[in-house]
Design a protein around this ligand. Structure first.
Ligand code: ATP
Ligand code: MG
Length: 574
């Protein structure tokens, strides 16, 4: 490809709309342009990268026996009504009607469609296991599309669905996908961690998210520096607290103290001179419309996902000020578990252990001190409802956990029979008995992965593509293309490299060398070949890798071979 012909509109300035590095660089390097909020046009360079990512994913799926197919994006509402997700999915679903008034959605995911296909086409155990996948656009009307393709409303996903006869088969399919994901991301040069996660609305009970650890990540994870444990903080188990050291410590009777306008944990620790781990933070929630009081220690954060799970609720939300006043008899900020009646109290085990504690008195401008568990308050439910934090003991080995931010590039789920049962996807076993197929689902956000790669591979001058996903491998930059000798040498190299199957761009623009170097760095070609007057006088050119690890002068006749060899060696391999 000749740079003069390539539609790669690079930008010198950082566009104001882009908050994170990958989004900025994708715009600046001319990989994509925004069409509407969360919808993007991929320009030629961006589309080449995406195709490389898709091909790696495709190869790894095929290696495990996956079969690629393609389902429609537009899906009939009836199928979604069968599983109940037509209403459950809510506002995130793009809905439309055809000319006859029939309802459809733009597929946010494809469990319904693929299960209906298997229901119609699979009869016998002989046809199982089955691994079916597609790579296609997905549509989710995200509340807050942001960070470019990181959270789009239209995005590309690879979604694979596994169909097995039993749990043991599912375990095998799941392990295959876990391995395929690990390999695929490594081949793209990504440093990922598989973390335990919460299955949420999709169902099932076992799930892992594949996280690219990066500052720009929207997910919080904890991981153990000692063992392999890693989990989304929504899921990470908090081990029970150690036994208190003074079991018989005498604690005076609870006492009301005036705390005018002191509402937050910070204000309270300062006002009373009590450390945060002696405070009982009491938050009033509504779980499926019913108020509950959730109690965590002052230095801990309540986790809504865990609270929801602990209560077996379909939705939990912070109660409004009006509800809080009705439940506690006090304005917001003075709730406490002691003397609170008429609501269920859910306490974290660490909070339930706090002795001689401080809690809201359920009265305006008042707190209680010397609060004792068992004596002054009792939880209806004790459950792990707090967010794991750095320094917490690892639930596997006890070492202190470390915290990190992660970009979720993929997720795998054991679904079990959740979809096959409601949709009636069954098979007959050897004895002619009917059973629901046992399913798993496995997604990779292809477009989000492109952004994640840039988050991990860039410097102040631009992108540094791993060879495996680079839009082109080599850029040839003649310092002055108009110079007869430079042009001839550059054209000759361009022909040789292209003939050798190396994806090469020749920068044939009548630009200053500085401009061409800047664009080469910004776009991030892994290897640059500079054809300049001085080296050329000696019959050689300069080869330089974008990551700076390789920088050599090579004689012209050996250049194509050297470039090819360097590229070959630089491909990330699992
Ligand atoms: P998130 O928690 O980030 O919203 P999700 O858990 O809803 O994602 P899944 O249903 O697991 O997403 O989809 C599989 C993959 O698709 C995700 O791991 C992610 O890489 C990608 N993905 C999901 N939503 C988006 C989006 N709005 N934009 C780009 N990629 C997305
Ligand atoms: Mg997910």
């Amino acid at each position: 490809m000749r740079m003069s012909q390539l539609l790669a509109p690079t930008l010198r300035e950082t566009p104001g709309e882009a908050e994170i590095v990958s989004h900025q660089l994708m715009l600046r390097a001319g990989l994509l342009r925004k069409t509407a909020a969360g919808m993007y046009t991929y320009l030629p360079l961006g589309w080449r990268v995406l195709q490389k990512i898709m091909n790696i994913v495709r190869e790894e799926m095929d290696n495990k026996g996956g079969q690629e197919l393609l389902m429609p994006i537009v899906q009939p509402a009836e199928l979604w009504r069968e599983t109940g997700r037509w209403t459950e999915y809510g506002d995130e679903m793009f809905r439309l009607k055809d000319r006859h008034g029939r309802e459809f959605c733009l597929g946010p995911t494809h469990e319904e469609l693929i299960t209906a296909l298997v229901r119609a086409e699979v009869r016998s155990y002989r046809q199982l296991p089955l691994l079916l996948y597609q790579i296609a656009n997905k549509y989710r009307d995200e509340i807050r599309p942001r960070f470019g393709v990181m959270r789009g409303r239209e995005f590309i996903m690879k979604d694979l669905y596994s169909f097995d006869r039993d749990e043991a088969g599912l375990d095998e399919s799941y392990a295959k996908m876990y391995d395929a994901y690990t390999r695929a991301f490594q081949r793209m040069g990504l440093d990922v961690r598989a973390v335990e996660a919460d299955p949420g609305a999709i169902g099932g009970n076992v799930t892992h998210e594949f996280m690219v650890l990066a500052e720009a990540g929207e997910a919080a994870v904890v991981h153990c520096p000692q063992c392999a444990y890693a989990a989304n903080t929504e899921k990470a188990e908090c081990v029970p607290p150690p036994p208190g050291d003074e079991p018989d410590k005498p604690v005076p009777a609870a006492e009301r103290v005036a705390t005018p306008s002191v509402r937050t944990i910070d204000e309270l620790t300062r006002f009373l001179g009590v450390p945060a781990d002696r405070l009982l933070k009491t938050l009033i929630y509504e779980a499926d419309g019913e108020p509950v009081a959730a109690v965590v220690r002052g230095d801990h954060e309540l986790n809504e996902v865990k609270l929801k799970r602990a209560l077996g609720a379909t939705s939990v939300a912070m109660a409004s000020a009006a509800v809080i006043e009705r439940v506690t008899g006090a304005p917001v900020g003075f709730a406490g578990p002691a003397g609170l009646s008429g609501v269920r109290i859910v306490a974290d085990p660490w909070a339930a252990r706090v002795r001689d504690g401080v809690a809201g008195a359920n009265a305006a401008d008042e707190h209680l001190i010397h609060v004792e568990p068992g004596r002054d308050w009792q939880a209806d439910v004790i459950a792990d409802i707090r967010t794991a934090a750095p320094g917490d003991p690892c639930p596997r080995c006890g070492a202190p956990l470390a915290a990190a931010r992660g970009i979720e590039v993929g997720q795998i789920f054991k679904l079990g029979t959740k979809y096959s049962e409601v949709l009636g996807a069954t098979y007959l076993d050897e004895r002619g008995e009917s059973h629901p197929v046992v399913m798993g689902c496995y997604g990779i956000g292809i477009s989000r992965t492109m952004a994640a790669i840039i988050e991990q591979h860039h410097d102040e001058n631009g992108i540094r593509w791993p060879v495996s996903v680079a839009p082109y491998h080599v850029v040839i930059v003649p310092v002055k293309y108009e110079d007869e000798r430079q042009r001839q040498a550059a054209e000759q190299l361009y022909r040789e490299l292209s003939a050798a199957g190396v994806e090469t761009v020749l920068d044939d623009r009548p630009e200053r060398a500085g401009v061409k170097f800047k664009d080469a760095d910004l776009i991030g070609f892994p290897l640059r070949i500079t054809v300049g007057p001085r080296a050329l006088a000696e019959g050689s050119v300069e080869l330089k890798s974008r990551d700076g690890s390789y920088d050599e002068r090579v004689a012209l006749p050996e250049t194509a071979g050297a470039a090819k060899a360097w590229l070959e060696a630089a491909i990330p391999r699992p």
